[in-house]
Each structure stands twice: as structure tokens, then as C-alpha cells.
Design a protein around this ligand. Structure first.
Ligand code: UD1
Ligand code: CA
Length: 480
């Protein structure tokens, strides 16, 4: 049986009070529409038709996929109207149309697949072999399935009105519902499967005589019923899958649900999370076995955490690859960087812009590293800035060392070769190269390249003034 999907995403999202189209608001780092699209792709439809309208140029940028079509709805006259204008794409289509709302991001691809199997079975005569579908077996009454769920608070959703056999008679919108109808807690998910030839017969007969003066897609149920057709309700056991996102508070609610689902997935794959409610994880983040994550950590973008790595509280890791057996100590911020196996970073470290920390290196407290490579077993344990530098293996960088990489106009490179020893509080004025096993004396401002094994020292001679305190006291007294 052939399938086409239609994703309704033209609405203004008035309740978001936003300049940005509703379906582009992000959930765990991806636009809401991405999730709906991904679930639709799961069923491998022949075509996915996106209805766009409000700020359509922005929305279109996010729709580029195989077999995807865009239909523009210039005036958003309702969900029924949105489907009407897609008709040219399925008027001769002998298959199922699966219609999805762009603002229902938690629906799972597998749920759609199961619903489609259910619809297929309903379309065929009882006992017919589903794999050998032919038009002879068609159940002439079956027009489609509405996905529903029983929700704790049905406010805002269309209510499902059924007959005694459990078939759907109609769907009543919140604003049109009587008090009695409002008490029904089985609601319309906004996801439907229709047999296209039957939907075609009624889709252009919708009117907008309702509380919102909109063409409601939900009214096709009544029209199909009048034609003697049958619509079934398929209740989804987990109601969270059908939660609609109409405002930013619902966005936050749905985002939290999805976040906990991801953390649960990674936990079941071998990662320990301490106080998962406090941990944030985006869509493209991957954990490995025996990773341990403490409170208040944030994982963003394309981030991978290797086996046996420990991440202490309050760390932010974005677009970074962390190796195995790494320790990221508390309060560290890591962006666009790579940390190799066995390295130790933090507490209070900041790594950014393509920094690479090689195996077993130690980057300690209050150390910032930007656009630099730090070699194997190298230590920079305290209070240091390393920018635009290439640091070799087994180097020791003393506390307070700074690469002076910027002269107000340009950035310059610092190269520190293997086994060099940089004394505390060294200023390395770039461009500069410190040779292998070379040393710098603490407190020196180094402005020339240092050859291998040499010592660079830049210091005014030290003066000791004996009895200085007494002399000073006298001086002040005389002046009084
Ligand atoms: C809709 C359903 C309601 C259901 C709920 C589930 C109708 C009339 N009501 O209500 O029964 O319980 O979804 O979440 O269908 N859209 C367009 N063009 C339009 C209008 C809307 O593309 O002219 C899109 C929106 O961008 C949105 C979707 O259709 O993605 C649903 O529209 P929305 O206004 O959010 O409908 P609800 O009031 O939530
Ligand atoms: Ca909605």
C-alpha cells in the first residue's frame, strides 16, 4: 500500500508571541519540525508534503529531503484548508495519506508505522493476506484512522465523540465544545490516516461555520460519516507522544519529556547520571559505556563522550569529542574541542575553538586554551592562557604563563617543543618558538626564539634594601 505524508506547518503560532515561526523553535537543539519530519521519514512514504505559510522562507530552509514537496498556504484559513491546497499532489493517488501537525514533535516513527499497519488491516477484508493486497479485498466503508490518546488535561484539544461501536462520529474543538463534551478526555492528536480516494470526495466540502471561522480538518470525519464511511480511533497508550506545542510553556514541557527519554536511553546503554533532572542533553550527543555524569552538566551540539570518562558537576560541553578514561573536573567549559584518552581537565578550565588536548595531558584550574594543541603528557596545571599555540609532549607550563598572541591587529603563533619547561609567570610574546628541552625563567618576558636546551631569562637584578621599613617610618615622621 502506498503512503504519502502531509505535515501541516503553516500556522502563525500566535500563542508563541514570537518573530520566529513556531515550528522552528528548538527542542534539544533541533527545530520542532525536524522531529516530525524524522518520524514521517521512518515510515518511508512516497512523498512528504509540507504545508508552509507564515514566514515560509525561513521554514523552507529547513525542508530539504528526498521526496519532499512544499505547498504554500498564503492565508492560514485552518487545518482543513491546509489539506485542501495539497490536493493536486494526491488527487489520483490510490493509497493512504498520513497527516501530521508540525507542532506535535514527540510522535514516534514506530507509532506511525504501527498505525499504518492497523489502517492496512482495516482496509482489507478480515482474513485476507495483508502482503497480497489487491483492490478486490477492499473494505469499502473504511475511510481512515484518527490517532487519539487519553490525556490528564484535555484542554485545548479536539474531543473524540464515538458511537457505541467505538467508531468516531465527530471531533469537537475546545471552543465549540459543550460542557458535557469538554469532560471527554480522549483527544485528537492531529494525526490521521485517510484512504486518499475517500478524503478527496469530501475535502472540498468543508465550511468555516464554527467558533474560530476556520476550515477545520476535523470536520471531514462528519462528512465521511454522512457518506456512509467509517473512521476508527486508534488510542496511543503513551499520551505524551501526542502532546501539541502551542506556546512556550508547552515547548518547555515537551522538551523536558524528550530530554528524560534521551537520558533514559543512554542510561540503559551504560551511562550513569546523577540527578538526571538537572542534566541537559541535546539530540546529537552520544555517551558510551561506564561514563559517569554528575549534576548540572550541559551537553550540546555534536558531542561524543568516550568510555569510562567522568564528568563532574556544572560542566558545559559543546560540539566536542571526549575520549576514554578522561576526567573533566567541576565547572569546566569545553567548546569545539577534542580531548584524547586519559587527559584531565579542570576544575574551572575553559577550552575552545578547535583545541586538541592529547593523551594524558593535564589542564588544570583556571586554564584557558584556545585554538591550540597540547601534546601528550604535557601539564598546564594552574592559571594560564594558551592561545594559537602548538605545545609538544612532556612540556611543563608553570602557573601564570601567558601566550601574548595578539598585538591589537593580528594573532600570532607560539610553538613550544617537546620537554620544554616554561617557568611560572612567563610571558611568551608571539610569534615565538621555544626549542626542545629549553627553559624559561619564571617572571620572564620572552620576545626571542629560545634554542633547544637553552635557558631564557629576562630579569632586572634583584635589590635588597636592608631595614627599609624603619627608614620609611622615619621619613613619614619627619614630614609631619
Ligand atoms: C488541532 C486540531 C485539534 C487537535 C490538535 C492536536 C483542528 C481544527 N484541530 O488543534 O482537534 O486536538 O490540533 O494538537 O485541526 N496549520 C496550518 N494551516 C492553517 C492552520 C494550522 O498549516 O491554516 C498547522 C499549524 O501550523 C499546526 C497544525 O496545523 O502545525 C495545527 O494547527 P493549530 O492551530 O495548532 O491547531 P490546534 O488548535 O492545536
Ligand atoms: Ca496545535
Amino acid at each position: 500500500m502506498k503512503v504519502k505524508a502531509i505535515i501541516l506547518s503553516a500556522g502563525k503560532g500566535t500563542r508563541f508571541k514570537s518573530e520566529k515561526p513556531k515550528v522552528l523553535h528548538e527542542i534539544l537543539g533541533k527545530p520542532m519540525l525536524f522531529y516530525v519530519k524524522t518520524s514521517a521519514q521512518w515510515i518511508n512514504p512516497d512523498e512528504i508534503i509540507f504545508v508552509v505559510g507564515h514566514k515560509k522562507e525561513q521554514v523552507k530552509q529547513y525542508i530539504s529531503c528526498d521526496r519532499c514537496t512544499i505547498v504554500e498556504q498564503d492565508n492560514q484559513l485552518g487545518t482543513g484548508h491546509a489539506v485542501q491546497i495539497t490536493l493536486p499532489h494526491w488527487k489520483d493517488f490510490d493509497g493512504f495519506l498520513i497527516i501530521l501537525n508540525g507542532d506535535t514533535p514527540l510522535i514516534k516513527g514506530q507509532t506511525l508505522k504501527d498505525a499504518l499497519e492497523y489502517a492496512k488491516a482495516m482496509l482489507l477484508y478480515e482474513g485476507a493476506n495483508m502482503n497480497s493486497y489487491s483492490s478486490e479485498y477492499k473494505n469499502e466503508k473504511f475511510a481512515g484512522v484518527v490517532l487519539t490518546a487519553k490525556v490528564p488535561n484535555p484542554y485545548g484539544y479536539g474531543r473524540i465523540i464515538k458511537d457505541e461501536n467505538g467508531k468516531v462520529i465527530k471531533i469537537v474543538e475546545e471552543k465549540d465544545a459543550s460542557l458535557e463534551e469538554k469532560r471527554i478526555n480522549e483527544v485528537n492528536s492531529g494525526i490521521y490516516i485517510f484512504y486518499a480516494p475517500f478524503l478527496k470526495e469530501v475535502i472540498n466540502r468543508l465550511d468555516n461555520k464554527n467558533a474560530q471561522n476556520e476550515y477545520y480538518l476535523t470536520d471531514v470525519i462528519t462528512l465521511l460519516k454522512e457518506e456512509g464511511k467509517e473512521i476508527y480511533a486508534l488510542e496511543i497508550p503513551d499520551y505524551t507522544e501526542i502532546l501539541g506545542v502551542n506556546d512556550r510553556w508547552q515547548l518547555a514541557y515537551v522538551e523536558n519529556i524528550l530530554k528524560m527519554q534521551y537520558l533514559q536511553f543512554w542510561a540503559l546503554n551504560g551511562t550513569t547520571f546523577h540527578n538526571p533532572e538537572s542534566i541537559w542533553v541535546e539530540f546529537d550527543v552520544e555517551f558510551s559505556k561506564d561514563v559517569e555524569v554528575f549534576q548540572n552538566c550541559v551537553f550540546k551540539g555534536n558531542t561524543k563522550i568516550g568510555e569510562n570518562t567522568v564528568i563532574e558537576p556544572n560542566c558545559i560541553i559543546k560540539n566536542s569529542k571526549i575520549g576514554k578514561n578522561v576526567k573533566i573536573l567541576a565547572n569546566s567549559v569545553i567548546e569545539d574541542s577534542v580531548i584524547e584518552d586519559g587527559a584531565v581537565v579542570g576544575p574551572f578550565a575553559r577550552l575552545r575553538q578547535k583545541t586538541v588536548i592529547k593523551q594524558n595531558a593535564v589542564i588544570g584550574n583556571f586554564v584557558e586554551v584556545k585554538k591550540s594543541t597540547i601534546g601528550e603528557n604535557t601539564n598546564a596545571r594552574h592559571l594560564t592562557y594558551i592561545g594559537d599555540a602548538t605545545v609538544g609532549k612532556d612540556v611543563n607550563i608553570g602557573a601564570g604563563t601567558i601566550t601574548c598572541n595578539y598585538d591589537g591587529f593580528k594573532k600570532y603563533q607560539t610553538i613550544i617543543k617537546d620537554k620544554a619547561f616554561i617557568g611560572s609567570d612567563t610571558m611568551l610574546v608571539a610569534p615565538i618558538t621555544i626549542g626542545e628541552e629549553a627553559m624559561t625563567a619564571s617572571g620572564s618576558v620572552i620576545t626571542k626564539d629560545v634554542p633547544p636546551k637553552a635557558l631564557a631569562i629576562e630579569r632586572a637584578p634583584l635589590k635588597i634594601i636592608e631595614n627599609y621599613v624603619e627608614k620609611r617610618r622615619k621619613k613619614f615622621k619627619n614630614n609631619e
